[in-house]
Design a protein around this ligand. Sequence first.
Ligand code: ZN
Length: 542
Amino acid sequence: MPRPARSITNRSSLLGLALLLAALLAAAAILASFGMGLLPGQTTSRPTTGAGQGQGAGAAAELDLLIVGGQVLDGTGSAAVRADVGIKGDRIVAVGNLSKSRARRVINAAGMIVAPGFINVHSHTDDGILENRDAWAALRQGITTEIVGQDGRAPSDLAAYGRTLTAGGIGVNLALLAGHGSIRESVMGAATRAPTPPELESMRARVRQAVRDGAFGLSVGLEYVPGKFATAAELESLAGELAPSGGVLAAHLRNEGGALVQAVEEVLSIAAKAGVTLNIAHLKAAGRGNWPVFQGILDRMDAARRSGQTVYADIYPYQAPDYTCRLRLADARAVYRPEDLLIRKAAGTDFAGQTVDQIATKLGTTAQAAIDRILARDPEAVAVGLIISEDNIAAALARPFTVISSDDEAYPVFAAGDARSLSVHPRAHGTFPTVLGRFVRERKTLTLETAVFKMTGLPARMYGVADRGLVQKGCFADLVIFDRDKIAGRATFVAPQLPPDGIVHVIVNGVAVISGGEPVLTADALGRQTGPRAGRVLRKGQ
Ligand SMILES: [Zn+2]
């Protein structure tokens, strides 16, 4: 019989009852360590001990949290191994057989995968984080760190912004980028010309300051104002400021459709001349007519890597970008092919979730007649333009240089009557589980360990996120525990806010934030429900 936990035996009152409770909990822990006691997903929150033979943290140092019996995917791409994970404070202190360790709380992960928390490489959570600090939409899909400040937009003073985030607390770790567009605007206003030498030097100084403030790179939005006015020379010069710290040039391309090939060449050249790591944001060939060039783009990136360039691309696993996910059907019918138009909302019909092509087949009529029927019922029917090939998504995920992004915010869940509840893109709630469910389990595009590597160890390496992205002794305890047989994104264009299946526990900096599949809620000083807000503002090199 293991010794009862110290914190219980120390109590002088109710000693007998406490000893009995401790013995019962210890017995439960023995069963749990064999996967027979607590059901997967259940936890004990009382002091307890493990049982059996073991090594690692040792009996002397009591752990704050012990995850027992799971299959650990360590984030390096290696296959899963059976191991326990011991956490003290915000760090992983032991990985292995920890059955002799004492812990204040035990999570039984029998039958489940224990992986590093996911890193969302292209996130817009900074857009709403000050009003929505808990970031549940990220945490519920297993994301524990997000790279924000994308597409050229970022606060001009990253140090001050970081202090604002930290002061009110944030649910998820945020790693900040400097934003080229924001910097250009602050120096050159709305000018559409090339910068003068003093203007360029002023912009360079701002990038240098952002790097000193811990920026992980520089984002550019070359399709947007004012990024579209930037010359290659300007971008090479500014990106060059990232080279000493190993910062990443995160590029939203000048074009994702008919001029995609040239747009990729442009950023490959800029990054090569600046000598910096390149990440192409949300890589896609938009529009059916452009789908055939996509394999060639992937081959071109492979060739750049073989020639010694460090290049990556992030991918989201959905067939529509944000800008085609809430179209008026009445307008979209002239622009998109019937097989590419998915009905998102059509009041008075049950067509939502089907393509116009499918509806026409069901009605035994033409696509245009089917659209007329839908619009007769609901003139404001909403459609989604499926302009990204799922086969291209799979082809990209199969390449070694791709990582995962949501390209979206960690929204709160909007009430059913709130118009936003129907305009959210499902990627905000389902990106990472969709990769693991749809592309790993169903399509078998990539192995589970490779997919987890793309979500953890690989993005941590590319961005230089220190001590995260791995389940290793000494790393921060950012972890996700999930059921590989159940994990799936449930959010769709019709029901975009559904939380994913299969994410059972999420831990940020040693703090449980999702437990048994549900958010961990506490009351703040005013009695309002709030999350643990265990996230941190990360600074590169620290
Ligand atoms: Zn973008």
